[in-house]
Design a binder for this molecule. Structure first.
Ligand code: ZN
Length: 264
C-alpha cells in the first residue's frame, strides 16, 4: 500500500474545501516526516499561480513553494473512547448490526490480532490441511451446519462471550454495500478504513493470512472469516480486501484468517 491514503495532484488545483477528515499530512521533498495539521483547524488551501501553496488555518497560514511539495495526504483516524477494547461500533447499518472496534487477539483497532482456521478457537503455529481440526473419516471437511455463529465453533462466541459472534456472510455483504471504504493506516499499520452510513468508522487491519508456517500478504491484504459455509463446496465465506477493493467470497477453511466480531 502507499504510505498514505490519498495523494493529491497539486498542480492545477486552486482551492480545496475539506470535510470530515482528521489530519492533513504535508510531505515536503527531502523531509522524512510530514507536517501534520489537524483538519478541524484548516479553513482552506490555496495555490498562488501554482508557485506557492497556502494552507490557511484558524491560527495562521502555512506557505510552501509547490516545487518543494512531495505530496499531500488526508489521514483518517479511528479512535476509541478508552483502552477497554473491544468496543461496539454502530455504523448505522440497516440490520442494526454493530461491529467490534478490533480483531480477536488485537490490542486495539490498529492491531493485526490472531489467525484462526475456520471453526477453530485456538491459534496455531502451522495452518494446513493436515492439522485442520474438522475433517471427516473421508478426509473431507466436516459439515456442521450452514452457519456456526453462536456455536462452540464460533471463536468470537467462545472467546469473547456475551452477544459477540462471527459475522455471517450477509453481515459482510451489508458492510460492503452500505459502507464506504478506503485504504488507510493507523499508527503505521496498513488496512481499510470503513465508514458507515452514519459516519462512524472501523479500521480493518491488513493482517494477511497464515498458511503453513508463514504469514502472507501482511500489510497488503486483509482476510476475515464469516460464520457461513458455502453449501456446495463446504468452503467458508469471508471478507477480502487489497489495494484494488473489497469483496466477499469463499476460501480454504484451514487457512489462518482474522476474525472481526459483531453483535447482531
Ligand atoms: Zn475499541
Amino acid at each position: 500500500m502507499k504510505r498514505n491514503i490519498l495523494l493529491l495532484v497539486l498542480l492545477g488545483l486552486t482551492c480545496v474545501f475539506l470535510y470530515s477528515q482528521d489530519f492533513i499530512l504535508l510531505y515536503k521533498q527531502n523531509l522524512e516526516l510530514p507536517i501534520s495539521i489537524p483538519l478541524e483547524d484548516v479553513e482552506y488551501i490555496l495555490h498562488d499561480n501554482d508557485t506557492v501553496q497556502s494552507i490557511v488555518t484558524k491560527t495562521g497560514t502555512i506557505e510552501t513553494p509547490v516545487s518543494e511539495i512531495d505530496s499531500l495526504a488526508f489521514v483518517f483516524i479511528v479512535s476509541c473512547p478508552d483502552d477497554n477494547h473491544p468496543h461496539l461500533i454502530d455504523l448505522g447499518l440497516p440490520s442494526g448490526t454493530k461491529w467490534a472496534c478490533s480483531n480477536i487477539g488485537a490490542d486495539g483497532p490498529d492491531g493485526f490480532g490472531n489467525y484462526y482456521s475456520w471453526g477453530e478457537t485456538e491459534v496455531k503455529s502451522h495452518y494446513a490441511w493436515d492439522n485442520y481440526a474438522y475433517l471427516d473419516e473421508n478426509d473431507a471437511y466436516l459439515h456442521f451446519g450452514e452457519d456456526i455463529a453462536g456455536t462452540d465453533f464460533d471463536v468470537a462466541h467462545v472467546l469473547w462471550g456475551g452477544a459477540w459472534r462471527m459475522p455471517t456472510v450477509d453481515q459482510i455483504k451489508e458492510l460492503i454495500v452500505h459502507c464506504k471504504h478506503r485504504q488507510s493506516s493507523q499508527n503505521g499499520v496498513d488496512g481499510l478504513l470503513v465508514t458507515g452510513p452514519n459516519g462512524e468508522r472501523i479500521f480493518l487491519a491488513a493482517a494477511g493470512f497464515s498458511r503453513d508456517d508463514n504469514i502472507g500478504g501482511k500489510s497488503s491484504c486483509g482476510n476475515y472469516w464469516s460464520s457461513t459455509v458455502h453449501i456446495l463446496n463446504n468452503d467458508a465465506f469471508g471478507l477480502y480486501f487489497d489495494s484494488r477493493g473489497w469483496y466477499w467470497g469463499y476460501s480454504n477453511r484451514f487457512d489462518g484468517r482474522s476474525v472481526r466480531p459483531v453483535c447482531p
